[in-house]
Design a protein around this ligand. Sequence first.
Ligand SMILES: Cc1cc2nc3c(=O)[nH]c(=O)nc-3n(C[C@H](O)[C@H](O)[C@H](O)COP(=O)(O)OP(=O)(O)OC[C@H]3O[C@@H](n4cnc5c(N)ncnc54)[C@H](O)[C@@H]3O)c2cc1C
Length: 271
Amino acid sequence: MSCLGLAYLIESETINDMDLFDLLVAKISSGYNKVMVTVEDGRNFVADAAIITVPIGVLKANLIEFEPRLPDWKVTAISDLGVGNENKIALRFDKVFWPDVELLGVVAPTSYACGYFLNLHKATGHPVLVYMAAGRFAYDLEKLSDESAANFVMLQLKKMFPDACEPVQYLVSHWGTDPNSLGCYSYDLVGKSMDVYDKLRAPLGNLFFGGEAVSLDNQGSVHGAYSAGVMAAENCQKYLWEQQGNLESFSRVSARHETLGTNFPLQISRI
Ligand SMILES: Cc1cc2nc3c(=O)[nH]c(=O)nc-3n(C[C@H](O)[C@H](O)[C@H](O)COP(=O)(O)OP(=O)(O)OC[C@H]3O[C@@H](n4cnc5c(N)ncnc54)[C@H](O)[C@@H]3O)c2cc1C
């Protein structure tokens, strides 16, 4: 997915309390220039502002309660964006029996069963193929047991390689039903207004919104999520400086960040 691996991005940032990553936010209360974030075990964290970067699927499913409720225009923006699904079924074999290519495609009579295998052997040296299933097909695969999903994918593979050996291990993602994601990519729904992204991105007082869905022009990508996060952080910082009457200092900090940003070796590509 990324030529450097996403851990690189995380390690490059200063994150001191990794335990916080294990906590799901249940409620966000804002008012009186403070935000209180309540996590699932009942603990509260109070801050001057918060940046919300949960996936659009989580916002759509109302898994986080907002107090006061989000305004109607924000709720409409959330519901007016689509969320698509894609799943990976990774198959590890004890030997390589396929050609040394990047992709192995399955052309089916219907678009439903079209799919492709990524050849991870080329990139990692390990005998691994990853089947990519998208859209309705990806949701339907999640209704199967992992074993049945792997068996289905093996049927696809055997259409190309009748003598394919059985995998020694498999791993199946469930991004459509995983409560941490509830889908994979935001997308434009036909007939919805053009300003849906602006509304989704717009801050609400001391609440700021990040994540791939609010990216200016790279939705559905790591670099889009990254730039949206940087933008939300800068807007949040500007808000806090304004609160403290220190906006002039903000401009100087911002300029320094731009200089640093040009040296940051972010290299992400979609294969
Ligand atoms: C199969 C697949 C292949 C892809 N391939 C590529 C590719 O090749 N190149 C590319 O650029 N992009 C690719 N993408 C897209 C890219 O991964 C996403 O756009 C990007 O990771 C989104 O980042 P994000 O920070 O917006 O959301 P996420 O990375 O989903 O982060 C959201 C975080 O919010 C957390 N969260 C959810 N609910 C709560 C809660 N209630 N409380 C607290 N935390 C919560 C989640 O645990 C998660 O850590 C791919 C995506 C998929 C699914």
